[in-house]
Structure formats: C-alpha cells, structure tokens
Design a protein around this ligand. Structure first.
Ligand code: ZN
Length: 251
C-alpha cells in the first residue's frame, strides 16, 4: 500500500484505513476556493495531503479573521464528527495541492462502523480547539511581527516546505491587521534575515531564528498536538510508551 500522506488517516489501524479507501477520492484544491461558508451544509469532508485550508470567521460582512488552519495533520469538516451537518466557519484553500475527499453520507456511515476513526477525530478536534483558543489569545495579546512568525511556522509545518506563495492582502486577513501592518512585520523579519519575501513568494531562511521571533503560541499548539498523540488512552494490556518529555499522569 502506498504511503498514507494525511497523518490523521495514517494513524488508523490498517484494516480501518483499507475500509475507508474506496470512499476517498483524490482531488486538487485550488488556491482561493471556498469549501464552505458559515451556515453551509457540509456535503464533503477533506483530508489535506499537500494542501492547506484556512478556517475564517467573517465579521461585519467584509472582514474575516483566520481562527485555525488545517493541513495534512487533520480534516476539514469536523462538525460532522460531532454530529453537526453545518459549518460555522469559512473554509478557504490557502495552499493549493492534493487532498482526499469523502462524501458526508459515506463519512457518517464510516464513523459508525469504525470506532478508531471516531477516536482519532476526537483527538484531532481537541487539538483543533486548542489551536483556535490559542489563536484567539494570540490575536489579542501578541504583536504582529511575532504573530506573523507563528503563522509562517505553522504553515511551514503543514505544507512541509519553507517556501510558499502568499500575498500581503491574504496575510492581512490571516492575521487580522491592515496590509501596512503586514508589510512592516514582513520587512522587520526580512531585515533580520529570517525570511525572504518577494512578489508574493515567502522563503524561510533561518528556521531557528524565526522560532525565536515567534510568540510562544507556536510551540504551545505544536506540543499540544504531540501531547494528544502520545496521551492516547491505552487499550487494556497494550500500554503505550511515553516520550520522556511528557510526564506520566499521577496515579
Ligand atoms: Zn501568540
């Protein structure tokens, strides 16, 4: 079997994954496409492979703020995993590329049939909620330069590349600031030789330096994701070993 490039699907037992495969259709997501608007019925879920989807909350009709992002670690359409058929956010493709699509009907059927899929989605929804909460606090308390650094690192991790296309206008929606604010922050990071930014192309030059320039929100969310992966409730007689950096719970 070919490598499974979406890590949520890759975490499933092979038997479960094999059952799912016939319902997964490869699609290519196009930059700027909107998969759902708030209030839309969710007709399909998407598992990004090398694409990135931004979750935005529209405000006052003409403004929108990014509240979360979904890449190869997750799924677009999580309300369905909670039994809700309607999207509360705008799901906008911000990184073009391949994804796997499944119809909502098939997804509901598989969710009932495969307990491991529901368990994996529970963990994912938890980490997505953590990401959304952290983003809310970040947008209120941290300066644009640190937020831009966080956003670049989160994007890098999801597209697994230090180079991607992004316009100032798009970034201003992602960060909830005016274009001039984005320009200033990007110029500051560029002056510190952390990134290179020209004609809508961003390249990370110094990964460690960019992490140092980011607020802690980046590592908080990243570690929470790792923690959720390692803190799976072990099945009886199958203890899961923990990495030494994550303390075992008190007994
Ligand atoms: Zn922050």
């Amino acid at each position: 079997m070919a490598a499974i490039l979406n890590s949520l699907l890759a975490a499933l037992p092979r038997k479960s994954y094999r059952r799912l495969v016939s319902g997964l259709a490869p699609v290519t997501l196009t930059f700027g496409d909107i998969l759902y608007h708030p209030g839309d019925t969710i007709r399909d879920v998407f598992f990004p492979v090398e694409s990135l989807v931004s979750l935005l909350t529209p405000v006052d009709g003409h403004l929108a703020l990014e509240v979360g992002m979904v890449g190869r670690e997750g799924m677009v359409g999580v309300p369905l995993a909670l039994g809700i058929g309607v999207s509360s956010v705008r799901a906008l493709v911000q990184g073009a590329g391949p994804a796997l699509k499944m119809s909502a009907d098939r997804f509901r059927t598989e969710l009932h049939a495969i307990p491991a899929l529901q368990a994996e989605l529970n963990r994912y929804v938890h980490t997505l909620m953590a990401q959304i909460s952290q983003t809310a606090a970040c947008n209120r308390f941290h300066v644009v330069e640190a937020r831009l650094a966080r956003w670049l690192l989160m994007t890098r991790d999801r597209v697994r590349s230090g180079e991607f296309r992004m316009t100032h206008e798009f970034l201003s929606h992602m960060l909830g600031v005016r274009r001039v604010g984005v320009t200033e922050a990007a110029t500051a990071l560029q002056r510190r030789h952390l990134i290179e930014y020209s004609r809508g192309n961003i390249r990370i030059l110094d990964h460690a330096g960019l992490e140092a320039a980011s607020c802690d929100c980046y590592t908080v969310v990243r570690d929470m994701h790792d923690g959720a992966v390692y803190s799976r409730i072990p099945a009886p007689h199958s203890p899961i070993s923990r990495p030494s950096s994550i303390p075992a719970p008190h007994s």
